[in-house]
Design a protein around this ligand. Structure first.
Ligand SMILES: Nc1ncnc2c1ncn2[C@@H]1O[C@H](COP(=O)(O)OP(=O)(O)OP(=O)(O)O)[C@@H](O)[C@H]1O
Ligand SMILES: [Mg+2]
Length: 259
């Protein structure tokens, strides 16, 4: 299935996405990790040894321009359906059964501007076809800018990370609403950095129990893991919660498939 992790800045999208990816890997699933945050750090969180050397797709200007059939600079018209079937291979960084693509930064033009790089990246995401035992986990940039009609083509579910703060809950509510507008199958909420029952109650009162997949405690070990990227997390409570969240996602997926 295709999951996209979203939420306010700093709530733990990259951390929780990387923990889920590792847990899927342990289940022998093949995972494509997609770093959609221009400020890319998913590879580091996952412990890719060459994380800082990974070249994002957006840097491959020549290739993008070739596929978009652009000659001599900025075109007025360009191909809206570039050939991309052979592209993922070129950008895949592999570690065990995890493969990773970093999307990179796309210069934002004026309102309504669709630059070739952004069309290319969206086509690339949209064409990923999954087989049995395969998942795509996307780590999105903070906020709500990435949520557009195109997103729905490449995402089945949004996983919204919420920390116990009013701002993070407000962003999550906005994401929920926008997701419904663009036809995302479902939105899952995960509480993160939970310190006590008050924090839990805050998240529950903001979203209702049914929408919440789990609550991940505030963990000093996570901070530590993050500092030395790639280290195994030694926090049973957090790892158990991730396992339960993963199982709930698969249960939801089965229910959706049966609908
Ligand atoms: N459950 C947790 N307990 C303690 N610290 C956490 C927890 N989850 C995340 N953090 C810490 O919070 C910080 C932000 O986490 P992370 O980078 O995953 O957030 P993000 O939402 O991806 O941020 P950004 O919006 O910048 O991409 C990191 O220092 C991370 O170690
Ligand atoms: Mg992040």
């Amino acid at each position: 299935m295709k999951l996209a992790f979203t939420g306010k800045g700093g709530v733990g999208k990259t951390t929780v996405a990387s923990l889920l990816i590792r847990s899927l890997e342990k289940d022998k699933r093949r995972v494509l990790a997609v770093d959609c945050d221009p400020d890319a750090n998913l590879a580091g969180a996952l412990g890719f040894p060459n994380a800082s050397e990974i070249i994002p797709v957006s840097k491959m200007k020549d290739l993008i321009h070739e596929r978009m059939e652009i000659k001599n600079g900025t075109p007025i018209f360009y191909k809206m359906n570039p050939r991309i079937d052979d592209i993922p291979e070129k950008f895949l960084n592999k570690m065990g059964s995890i493969e990773l693509i970093a999307m990179g930064t796309v210069e934002k033009g004026g309102k309504g501007c669709v630059c070739p790089e952004s069309v290319f990246l969206k086509s690339l995401l949209g064409q990923i076809v999954l087989g049995e035992g395969e998942d795509v986990v996307m780590d999105m940039d903070p906020g709500i800018e990435h949520i557009g009609r195109q997103t729905a083509k490449s995402v089945d579910y949004f996983v919204v990370i919420v920390e116990p703060s009013a701002k993070s809950a407000t962003t999550a509510q906005k994401i929920k609403k926008l997701s419904a507008d663009i036809g995302i199958k479902d939105v899952f909420i995960i509480g993160n950095k939970i310190r006590d029952d008050k924090d839990k109650a805050f998240i529950q009162s903001s979203f209702g129990r049914d929408a919440i997949l789990g609550m991940i405690p505030m963990s000093e070990r996570i901070l530590y893991m993050y500092k030395k990227a790639g280290g195994e997390l030694e926090d049973k409570q957090v790892l158990n919660e991730i396992e339960q969240i993963k199982n709930k996602i698969f249960t939801e997926e089965k229910e959706h498939a049966g609908k």
